[in-house]
Write a protein that binds this ligand. Structure first.
Ligand SMILES: O=C(O)c1cc(=O)[nH]c(=O)n1[C@@H]1O[C@H](COP(=O)(O)O)[C@@H](O)[C@H]1O
Length: 228
């Protein structure tokens, strides 16, 4: 079972260090835009030195040439996982993969953000299919472009497993404990549901980082995710 990925949605290195000091085991953490734009590659290197696995979540979305060049730079950081937006297109996804050539970094594509529901997708994006269909289409495109998996919600994970296989990564944010509040997320599910639906990884932010006892919340989520 892959470890739950903890979203380090903090704005400074100090906050990250304070948070990580509450744990005495190697973790799988996510460095996103908030942190990376303020602390940069140096913090990624230092988290890696501490022995943690890293998902560098920068959601690249630009012309293929720019994304390929950016990925060539990110490849040097040696992170475990990074991502692009599938909406950037098939050619862009292939270019991103080329940029990572020679590194062990796995590449996944964000399908429809977990903060989006079907109404919003129709109104904001003018995509008039069901949300499941849109997510599945992006997943198949990502697989065809040679990517290792996708970011989706738990609600689409089993359909993607059927279409793209067990090995294809289904990285699912929008995770909440049964009594948790959804905040800005629209497509949420519990760690237990993620396990049953075929998620390969869960991404958890506020349910751990905003908890009065982050280590205890992590333990609870990890147990539920692994079915203990
Ligand atoms: O790529 C992501 O990690 C991501 C994709 C997505 O569709 N939804 C989503 O919430 N995320 C990230 O997952 C984390 C979820 O945070 P919480 O809602 O606090 O658990 C945030 O860091 C988001 O940036």
């Amino acid at each position: 079972m892959n470890k739950p990925i903890i979203a380090l949605d903090f704005s400074s290195k100090q906050q990250v260090e304070d948070f990580l000091s509450k744990f005495d085991e190697p973790l799988f953490v996510k460095v996103g835009m908030e942190l990376f734009y303020q602390e940069g590659p140096e913090l990624v290197r230092s988290i890696k030195k501490m022995g943690h696995q890293i998902f560098l979540d920068l959601k690249l979305h630009d012309i293929p040439n720019t994304v390929e060049a950016a990925m060539r730079g990110l490849a040097k950081l040696g992170v475990d996982l990074t991502n692009v937006h599938a909406a950037g297109g098939f050619d862009m996804m292939q270019a991103a993969k080329r940029g990572l050539a020679g590194s062990d970094t796995k590449l996944i594509a964000v399908t429809q953000l977990t903060s989006t529901d079907e109404n919003q997708m129709h109104e904001d994006q003018l995509i008039y299919v069901s949300l499941e269909e849109s997510v599945l289409h992006y997943a198949k495109q990502a697989k065809r472009a040679g990517l290792d998996g996708v970011v989706c919600s738990v609600l689409e994970a089993s359909g993607i497993k059927d279409a793209c296989g067990e090995e294809f990564l289904k990285v699912t944010p929008g995770i909440r404990l049964a009594d948790g509040v959804a905040d800005d997320q629209k497509r949420v599910a519990t760690p237990a549901k993620a396990r049953v639906q075929g998620s390969t990884h869960i991404v958890v932010g506020r349910a751990i980082t905003k908890s009065p006892d982050p280590a205890e919340s992590y333990r609870q989520i990890k147990n539920e995710w692994s079915g203990q």
